[in-house]
Each structure stands twice: as structure tokens, then as C-alpha cells.
Write a protein that binds this ligand. Structure first.
Ligand code: ATP
Ligand code: MG
Length: 408
């Protein structure tokens, strides 16, 4: 990346956050540095946007990395030029020279911050437009151009761009709190995690396995998903909790058609304990209302009865097709599609109730000694930090591979 190229990173909502503005911006900048991932990065603040440059990355790669940062609405590769109309026109021609395909219609859009530049916005746009016409013979179309040259005039320098790419939007990760996401191997929960991050929640994960009755495949998947999601936030903790024994105890205590809900309540109880221990203020699940029998209103209410922490369900109003499309967009689809042994299905009864009755659930839990099941699960739990390049990941995968699978 040469000295004149840079990327303009614009933020929307955080510009509105009043007195907290500075703190939001600092969080955003920290996350940007993490996403860029190289040592020498220059980030300069301007009202409403940031100017990013580094000698270590090509402009396209820097742009790509910044487009994964929550809180940025627009990511715009640019050329920084001296404060003259000719320099701006020259830069525009340079950027357009490699434009592929037939001649596009174009427009020049000028934004001025401050009044120090000698030409008005219209005059500068006309100057640059005339130069482009002379050079390439293209036609101006101000209403619906195929290509827009954006020229931003600051008090002392000018930025010229032709690409204005959408960022992730939302709020910077970390600025609204810390969540513990119940991460299964399916399509929904990684999307729920992503939507939570997008609202500023720093996410950790808990994954429940059917060990010792299932193989480690679901653990690998959970790790792969957490790793994939780490491109959107700096780092995360992943707890792996074997609950096979607990699930079996619930089944043999007569849970019958309530087994799935009884298991969910066990998950929430354990998740709540982990959340308290590690400073997560809220739990997140991938439930969507009415998607399956365990997600009826009555069953969700019965599930939540097991814990005091707030449980967020960002996908509550999403259709499965919308969730799958989002999973493809955020790149978790291919991992979720891998086969595994889902612990939820281990003891699935032939018929799942759509209306679990809290008093009956309480009786099953009393017979199964639920407090002891929670302690047993926590005693078997292990955690690792998911950080791209972390050696701890190898340790986890070895542990998982050594788990012995018992017959039911
Ligand atoms: P997903 O696609 O995320 O697995 P699903 O449609 O299969 O969701 P359920 O199996 O009913 O839905 O699970 C609902 C939610 O409960 C999940 O989105 C997840 O948040 C949580 N959950 C289910 N199974 C597990 C598990 N093994 N470990 C952690 N969380 C789980
Ligand atoms: Mg599932």
C-alpha cells in the first residue's frame, strides 16, 4: 500500500451516542486494529469517519478485513491527494483507468467539509468530470450513473474513491455487554451469535455434548464455528460441557415427552453458572418461535423458568430460510452442514410435548437430583480461548479425540 492510498471507514449509529461517543469510537478502533492484524496501522479520526492506512497490506486486503468489523457502515478505499482540483482529477483518472468492460456512464459526487477549498462542490465536480470525459470519452449521468466517483474535500486534503462498499453495520463488539451463547452444531445458534455481536455484545460460547455417549464430532464443529465467528470479534472463550450422564438421568426419572425441555433447562442452569463465573451478563440461544416442538411459547417459557439470567433469542422472528441465507452470508453454513451426533437427539422421546407443564418438570428434576446433575456437568466442563493462531486449540482437539464413547 503506497503512502497515498488509504481506506475511509465510516460509522453510523455510534456517531449518535452523545457523551459516550469517545468510548464507542475507542472500542471500534481497538476492534479494527484486531481485525487488520498487522503491527503498523495508522488510524486517524475525522468527524464521522476514520482514515486507515498501513504499509503492510494491499488496499484490497485492508478493505476486506475492515468489512468484517461490526459498527462500520461504509468501507471506502481511497487515494489521498494534495489540495488542488488538478490533483483530484488526476487521481480519479488513475483509479478509472483499469475499469473493465464497456464505457460506463458516470457521475462525480463532491462532499466538502469546511469552506477552505477555492472551488464550490459543483465547480470541482465539473472540473473532474470534464477531465474524465476528455480522457475516456465516457458520458455523464447524474441521476443513475453506472459508476460514481466520490470526492471528499477535507480542510487540508482531498480523498478520491470509486468504490463505496457496505460494512457490517451495527455497533462495535464489546460496547453493549458480554453474552454467553449456547452454541449447538446447527445453523441457528451461530447466526444468533453473529446477530448478538452485531448489536455490540462480546460473545463467549458454551457447547453441550452427549459425552460419554457421543463421539467428539460436535465438539470439533463447535470449535470450528467459534473460530469462524472470531473474524467478527477479537477473542472468545468456548466451554465444552459433557451432559450425556445428566440427560440419561432425566430420561430415567420419567421425563417422557418432556425430555427435550428438561434437557434445555439443564443447559440453561449450567450456562447460567458459567456465565456468572466468567462475567457474561446475558445468555443467547438460536430459538425461533414455532420452528420445532421445543420452541413453542409454552416450552420456551418453561425453559426460561430454569434460570434467572436474561435469555436473548435474536432469531425469534426469523424463518428457517432466512436463517440459512444469513448462515451462508456470514460463512458458517458449511460448518453447520457437517454431520455430527447431536446430544439433543440422544434421548429424544417418540413424541415431544408442545406444552411442558412446569410442575411436572419440577417433579422430574427432583427425582433426578438436578442440582447434582448441574455440579456433575460443571465438574466435567473444560474451556479454551478461541483466538486465531492459538495453540490451545490443538489441546482441545486432542482432549476431544481422547474422549471414550460409552454404549447407552
Ligand atoms: P441450532 O440450529 O442452533 O442447533 P435448532 O433449530 O437445532 O438450532 P434446537 O436444537 O431446538 O434448535 O436448539 C435451540 C437452541 O438451544 C439452539 O439454537 C442453541 O442455542 C441451544 N442448543 C441446543 N442444543 C445445544 C447444544 N448441544 N449445545 C449448546 N446449545 C444448544
Ligand atoms: Mg440444534
Amino acid at each position: 500500500m503506497d503512502a497515498a492510498t488509504c481506506v475511509l471507514a465510516k460509522f453510523g449509529e455510534i456517531a449518535l451516542k452523545g457523551r459516550n461517543h469517545r468510548w464507542f469510537e475507542n472500542t471500534l478502533i481497538r476492534n479494527m486494529r484486531h481485525a487488520i492484524g498487522v503491527r503498523r496501522v495508522d488510524i486517524r479520526r475525522r468527524g464521522g469517519f476514520l482514515i486507515v492506512s498501513t504499509p503492510h497490506l494491499e488496499s484490497a486486503e485492508l478493505t476486506h478485513r475492515l468489512r468484517q468489523v461490526m459498527g462500520l457502515t461504509v468501507v471506502q478505499p481511497a487515494v489521498r491527494v494534495p489540495f488542488t482540483a488538478d490533483a483530484a482529477a488526476e487521481a480519479a483518472v488513475g483509479l478509472l483507468r483499469d475499469h473493465p468492460g464497456p464505457s460506463p456512464t458516470f457521475a462525480v459526487r463532491v462532499r466538502r467539509r469546511g469552506k477552505s477549498f477555492p472551488l464550490t462542490s459543483d465547480q470541482l465536480a465539473a472540473h473532474i468530470g470534464a477531465r474524465i470525459c476528455r480522457e475516456f470519452g465516457w458520458t455523464v449521468d447524474l441521476r443513475a450513473p453506472e459508476l460514481a466517483v466520490v470526492v471528499e474535500v477535507d480542510p487540508t486534503e482531498i480523498f478520491v474513491s470509486v468504490d463505496r462498499l457496505p460494512g457490517q453495520g451495527g455497533l462495535p463488539v464489546g460496547c453493549t455487554g458480554r453474552a454467553l451463547v449456547l452454541l449447538s452444531g446447527g445453523y441457528d445458534s451461530p447466526v444468533a451469535a453473529y446477530r448478538s455481536m452485531r448489536r455490540g455484545l462480546q460473545c463467549d460460547y458454551v457447547h453441550f455434548t452427549g459425552a460419554p455417549y457421543t463421539d467428539p464430532a460436535s465438539t470439533y464443529k463447535a470449535y470450528a464455528l467459534a473460530y469462524r465467528l472470531s473474524r467478527y470479534q477479537p477473542r472468545a472463550r468456548l466451554h465444552i460441557v459433557p451432559v450425556g450422564r445428566g440427560q440419561k438421568a432425566l430420561a430415567t426419572s420419567g421425563s417422557g415427552p418432556m425430555q427435550t425441555i428438561a434437557q434445555r433447562r439443564l443447559y440453561l442452569r449450567v450456562a447460567q453458572r458459567l456465565a456468572r463465573r466468567h462475567d457474561n451478563q446475558v445468555l443467547v440461544t438460536g430459538d425461533s418461535l414455532g420452528q420445532v416442538a421445543s420452541q413453542t411459547l409454552a416450552n420456551l417459557a418453561a425453559t426460561d423458568g430454569a434460570c434467572d439470567l436474561l435469555v436473548l433469542r435474536p432469531l425469534i422472528g426469523w424463518d428457517k430460510q432466512e436463517i440459512i441465507a444469513e448462515a451462508r452470508r456470514i460463512d458458517t453454513f458449511d460448518i453447520s452442514a457437517l454431520p455430527d451426533e447431536d446430544c439433543c437427539r440422544l434421548f429424544t422421546p417418540p413424541e415431544v410435548t408442545t406444552r411442558a407443564v412446569p410442575t411436572e418438570l419440577a417433579e422430574v428434576e427432583a427425582r433426578a437430583d438436578i442440582d447434582a446433575l448441574v455440579e456433575d456437568a460443571l465438574a466435567q466442563a473444560y474451556s479454551i480461548v478461541v483466538n486465531p493462531g492459538s495453540a490451545a486449540a490443538d489441546g482441545l482437539l486432542q482432549d476431544a479425540a481422547q474422549q471414550r464413547v460409552h454404549p447407552l
